[in-house]
Design a protein around this ligand. Structure first.
Ligand SMILES: Nc1ncnc2c1ncn2[C@@H]1O[C@H](COP(=O)(O)OP(=O)(O)OP(=O)(O)O)[C@@H](O)[C@H]1O
Length: 252
């Protein structure tokens, strides 16, 4: 089976500074794959280069399809989604309305959303499916602003599911959530359907070692190494450049 994501020579530059340097990354279909590295390693820039949010040289393929020259919205249609930031949520609308809106957007029916929303049972049914996958059934009719931050982050995931992705890229999905709840968020993410490939950026090593099957370590924009959690935790170079540091995210 072709890898869910495959990059070759992926490079992102800001002027003379190279934030992502010739990265060749392969994420197996259905994998739970983590991207780690110290602050400023280029993780977020790499995510943007994958999803089309930043201009990059090199190639990106999704399930064997070259998407390198495609804009972000076309990549979404090829099955590559990333979670939306909280500020993309409509705080005054319910979870069900937010997810329904994402479905309308996918089907390009946004212009008459207000007229159709109530009537379109099919959309509501599909939205409830995505809400169930994100384990948000109990919150479907709650307005987003009334929900705890951790639950709002799960709403982002339900919205991303509305694009029917085969690959979901999550940049620090539990950021800003109290530590006690971040594990629950990862448990829910991990329980997403197995045919959905997950690539996530995460600073908390406990979460990475618990939930990732493969780990790619990025340092100075380059891939330092890639391996299983056991291989990465036993790698002296990783310890030195990353695990040995006491970063502000608490990596030990
Ligand atoms: N728009 C930009 N213009 C110039 N430099 C940038 C820009 N965005 C990021 N950088 C630089 O590129 C490097 C990589 O940044 P990036 O945010 O991708 O790293 P990161 O690994 O995600 O870091 P963190 O863990 O702190 O979120 C950093 O040195 C950063 O200062």
């Amino acid at each position: 089976m072709k890898p869910a994501i495959e990059t070759s020579g992926l490079t992102v530059s800001f002027g003379h500074f190279t934030a992502v340097d010739n990265v060749s990354l392969s994420v197996a279909s259905g994998a739970r794959h983590a991207l780690i590295g110290p602050n400023g390693a280029g993780k977020t820039s790499l995510v943007h280069a994958l999803t089309g949010g930043l201009p990059a040289s090199g190639t990106v393929a999704i399930a064997g399809q070259d998407v390198s020259r495609m804009p972000q919205n076309t990549r979404v249609r090829c099955g590559l989604a990333r979670t939306f930031q909280i500020n993309r949520l409509f705080a005054g609308l319910t979870v069900l309305e937010n997810v329904s809106l994402a479905i309308f957007e996918r089907d390009r029916k946004t212009s008459n959303f207000w007229g159709v929303a109530a009537a379109d049972r099919q959309v509501a049914e599909e939205a409830r499916d995505h809400i169930a996958f994100a384990h948000l059934e109990d919150y479907a009719d709650h307005r987003v602003h009334s929900l705890p931050y951790g639950v709002q982050r799960l709403v982002e995931i339900a919205i991303a599911l509305a694009t029917r992705p085969r690959v979901l890229v999550l940049d620090e999905p539990a950021a800003g959530v109290p530590a006690a709840q971040s594990e629950a968020i990862f448990e829910r993410i991990n329980a997403l359907p197995r045919d959905l490939t997950l690539l996530f950026v995460e600073h908390d090593m406990n979460l990475v070692f618990r939930f990732a099957e493969r780990i790619t370590v990025l340092v100075g924009g380059k891939v330092l190494t890639e391996g299983t959690p056991a291989e990465i935790s036993g790698d002296e170079r990783v310890r030195e450049v990353y695990l040995g540091r006491r970063g502000h995210h608490g990596a030990a």
